[in-house]
Design a protein around this ligand. Structure first.
Ligand SMILES: Cc1cc2nc3c(=O)[nH]c(=O)nc-3n(C[C@H](O)[C@H](O)[C@H](O)COP(=O)(O)OP(=O)(O)OC[C@H]3O[C@@H](n4cnc5c(N)ncnc54)[C@H](O)[C@@H]3O)c2cc1C
Length: 474
């Protein structure tokens, strides 16, 4: 399918707000050594993994408690200074950039598990704990938290971006897995949303409003998420295909037949080559599906056999099994490192990452024309995808000093997103809007819906201090 006509949305101009001296002094007095104005610290907090750049924040506050967050926000509110929450810094769309100046509130020191309730399958944590730290802390309970973005992101950041990862096809995204929150609002009030109950009809669903709000409506200081029993049996397999289309058609059939596959990741031949070089593997250099099955020993066997039969119909080579836990870990670690493998394949490059997600029946239509366009462009690229969800990422590896290459990569991105939207999909399945996808949000949601988002933001943050300049322009 040809992409509908589209215009390239350029990034907005950045206008920094003044930072009053009285604010800087009050911040230093309240936070002392917990506040840094060192350039290296500010620069580290004023960028992310994406390709857009902006001046760093004026200071970084390392919050250690809800009270710290509350005090920092109250000061910022008094002086109308922007505040940008910071988790692990792994976002990709310019989320953390201090585009209007202000300060960063780093919550990574708030990394405790507050309570584990295995009887109810929930855990309550502080926002700075990372997904790996959380799973490490609960490893002896027999439960796990499944959501796994490639980076070791913080649970607060994952909440704020409505993240997902390789396990989402079976266990859902942050949208389905966050039950309750504590957050500090723009005026410095501490509020709670949701409960530990499995369901609730009590008023507006503020938890869902905050999940995915990218730090623009409040700073999250506590999160209750669902846990899952560790599966009785796990098996993983890789299968190579003669083409991306064959791999994708296998996935579509697998999902349409209701096979409860736990993970199904696509790697194109470029990704496989890059992963082989970076992770010292010897995977067959063809398009590949990396799969994992969870359940009872019989259930896992049945699922795997069904997918194996489907794969064979589409020319998939015999499954190669990874039976030992360490082999599975090696394969999925290599998958999680695919982004870094790709970036290191072209020294000095930056990566423009796409994140479209389409209804599963349209996955082949969305992907294949974009592959042709990328091949024709001559720009080095790779594809990885959580294809069981209809979500895939092209990474265009551009020379940051080559404006022509950047424009052409953005054009490819625009064509791809326009196509995904036309097919009933979204510009972002999991990374969020940040700055980079602001124009796409308008294309996807329409002016009316964006205006409703704006009205919510203006009501809850009238001075526009919480991560301003993100998701939409005010
Ligand atoms: C190699 C690689 C692979 C990735 N793979 C995936 C993937 O598979 N799936 C996926 O979903 N994402 C993926 N990402 C993107 C990224 O990891 C996610 O967006 C993640 O959720 C960001 O979490 P973080 O802790 O790094 O947040 P940060 O980058 O620190 O912040 C992200 C946003 O959340 C806000 N925020 C942070 N903490 C809070 C808080 N406590 N309260 C309110 N707002 C807050 C920030 O202001 C910012 O807007 C990947 C990134 C990389 C580099």
């Amino acid at each position: 399918m040809n992409a509908p006509a589209t215009t390239v949305h350029l990034q907005p101009e950045f206008v920094q707000r003044p930072i009053p001296e009285a604010f800087v002094q009050a911040l230093a007095q309240r936070f002392g050594a917990q506040c840094s104005t060192a350039l290296a610290v500010r620069e580290q907090h004023g960028r992310d993994e994406g390709a857009i750049q902006a001046p760093p924040p004026a200071a970084v506050v390392f919050a250690e408690s809800t009270q710290d967050v509350q005090d920092a926000i109250r000061l910022a509110d008094q002086h109308a200074v922007p505040v940008i929450p910071y988790g692990a810094g792994s976002s990709l769309e310019g989320h953390l950039l201090a585009v209007e100046g202000g300060i960063s509130i780093d919550v990574s020191r708030m990394n405790r598990v507050l309570s584990v309730n295995t009887e109810d399958l929930t855990v309550t944590v502080q926002p700075g704990i990372t997904r790996k730290q959380l799973n490490d802390a609960i490893k002896d309970t027999g439960f796990f938290f499944p959501i796994d973005p490639g980076a070791d992101a913080s649970i607060g950041g994952m909440t704020a971006t409505r993240a997902s990862g390789t396990n989402a096809v079976r266990y859902g995204t942050m949208r389905e897995n966050v039950l309750a929150l504590e957050l500090v609002t723009a005026s410095g009030e501490v509020i709670r949303t949701g409960t530990r109950a499995k369901k609730s009809s009590a008023g507006y669903d503020l938890t869902r409003l905050i999940v995915g709000s990218e730090g623009t409506l409040g700073v999250v200081t506590e999160i209750t998420v669902r846990l899952y029993p560790l599966p009785e049996a796990v098996s993983a397999a890789i299968c190579s295909f003669p083409s991306i289309e064959a791999a994708v058609r296998t996935v579509i059939q697998t999902i349409q037949m209701g096979v409860p596959i736990a993970r199904v990741e696509l790697l194109d031949v470029n990704s496989v080559r890059m992963v082989n070089a970076y992770s010292k593997l010897t995977l067959r250099e063809e398009p590949m599906l990396l799969m994992e099955f969870h359940g009872s020993p019989t259930g896992v066997k049945e699922q795997a056999e069904m997918v194996q039969e489907l794969a064979a119909e589409f020319g998939g080579n015999a499954f190669e099994w990874a039976l030992q836990p360490e082999d599975r870990t090696r394969l999925f670690t290599a998958r999680h490192n695919a982004y870094f493998a790709a970036v290191s394949s072209r020294p000095g490059c930056r990566c423009i990452t796409t994140d479209a997600c389409v209804p599963i029946s349209r996955l082949a239509d969305a992907l294949l024309d974009s592959v042709r366009e990328a091949d024709d462009s001559g720009i080095p690229y790779f594809i990885v995808g959580h294809v069981g969800d209809g979500n895939f990422h092209f990474g265009y590896l551009i020379d940051p000093n080559d404006d022509d290459e950047r424009t052409r990569a953005e054009q490819l991105n625009h064509q791809l997103v326009a196509r995904a939207i036309a097919l009933g999909g979204t510009c972002t399945g999991e990374h969020g809007v940040g700055i980079h996808k602001m124009g796409f949000l308008r294309d996807e949601a329409g002016d009316g819906a964006v205006q409703m988002m704006r009205a919510i933001k203006q009501a809850l943050d009238p001075k526009n201090i919480l991560n301003p300049g993100k998701i939409f322009a005010l």
